[in-house]
Write a new protein. Sequence first.
Length: 231
Amino acid sequence: MEENRTLRNLKLLSILTVLFIVYNTLIPFKPYLELWKIVRNLNRVELVPFIARGRLNPLTDLVGNVILFMPFGFFVALYFIHLKKTLRVNRVILLGFLLSLCIEILQIGFRYRTPSVTDLITNTFGTFLGVVLAKLYFKQFEQKLKILLHHILENEPVTLILLLILLVQFFASMLPFNVTITVSDLKKAIAYTNIQPFGFKPLGQMLNAHLKHLERFSFSEIDFLGNALFY
């Protein structure tokens, strides 16, 4: 009975992971309605690995594509492990490759999306890493984690509820989900980091007095209370 429940949960997590990947790789969901635009995007397919528009792909993009498919490889591998007590690594990697291939084909018909052989390679590699982590988790940590969660559920259920709330809030704060990270986005996030309690003093302004445009932000008690309660 418990094994059947585990299989159902792993199947659900695998499906949710696929939906998340499709969502992340096709947003903002603006398909081309004209055939000539689809053909034009088809001609833009990046066939040279790790090269985009004549330049090397940013490392952050490569890492993001790998991370995106790791949960898929992890949950699908665990599902096969529990289903047959054995794992065919090649089968899971093939599923990851086919999922990535389907997405790259779909991207031909979507605005702001450029299909790439690099994505196919990094996504497949991410699936492989997920399989490796699944095997390690099953052998070393699964039973220990189940015992720990059972103990928390019986003795400290409030703690588990709080952890779930924090997890939900974490994902809510990431909307819209997008694992694509660029150096410019990272620099901007660091520059806007607030270092003054109950006020607004961005780190970028402290390091560079010329960043006057950051001064347009101000502290709001209402926003502070809302963030404290819901984020």
